[in-house]
Design a protein around this ligand. Structure first.
Ligand code: GTP
Ligand code: MG
Length: 195
């Protein structure tokens, strides 16, 4: 899909602030600093629409981006960021869970992982959580530019095994640096949207 129009509708921290439009939503999930916001920018061919940082903990709200008036991409704070207080981490956890668990418009989730590393315990728990709520999911293995081409299949295999990936779910190799996987990721998002 070509995103001709993309705009931030709202940065929400509470349900009352979620947009009232009844459009399909696709949410990003993943560890802090894995590249969720960069993934959105790359899909949209925008450098800095979603704010990114080399330091974890950049995205702290649910950011709803309206695409071509037909679809909403939702940037989500990352989990696993050690430097925030327990209270703040609990509040983020609650915010993410409320959104993922209760939002009617949510029709799928892209679970974003760093292709270099085996999924963490929290990644596995997130995957199981999404499966539990029967949310369609696609795994985006990003930062593919950081792994040599011949080693990528081995990393993807490790991701599948560690997650216990169900056969209906797929892994898209992606890089926000090179744009690799952009078409495939859009294809996957459109399939989530159609489910
Ligand atoms: P939080 O908002 O803290 O949860 O992080 P995030 O998951 O949104 O990560 P973000 O997009 O801010 O990216 C984190 C860092 O990783 C930035 O320095 C990005 O430039 C870098 N990064 C993201 N994607 C890629 C990629 O595909 N390749 C490379 N080499 N770097 C990337
Ligand atoms: Mg972010």
């Amino acid at each position: 899909m070509k995103a001709n129009q993309a705009e931030l509708v709202i940065s929400a921290v509470a349900e009352e602030q979620y947009p009232t439009m009844d459009l399909p939503e696709i949410a990003m999930a993943g560890r802090s600093n894995v590249g969720k916001s960069s993934f959105i920018n790359t899909l949209l061919n925008r450098k800095n629409l979603a704010r990114t940082s080399s330091k974890p903990g950049k995205t702290r709200t649910l950011n709803f981006y309206l695409i071509n008036e037909i679809l909403m991409l939702v940037d989500v704070p990352g989990y696993g960021y050690a430097k925030v207080s327990k209270t703040e981490r609990a509040a983020w956890g609650k915010m993410i869970e409320t959104y993922l668990g209760e939002r009617d418009q949510l029709c799928g989730v892209t679970l974003i992982l760093d292709v270099r590393h085996a999924p963490s315990g929290e990644d596995v728990r997130m995957y199981q959580y999404l499966k539990h709520f029967e949310l369609p999911v696609v795994i985006i293995a990003t930062k593919a530019d950081k792994v040599t081409k011949n080693k990528r299949p081995k990393h993807v295999k490790q991701i599948k095994e560690t997650l216990g990936l169900h056969k209906e779910d797929s892994v898209v190799l992606f890089s926000s640096e090179t744009g690799q996987g952009k078409e495939e990721a859009w294809g996957a998002i459109n399939r989530l949207r159609a489910k």
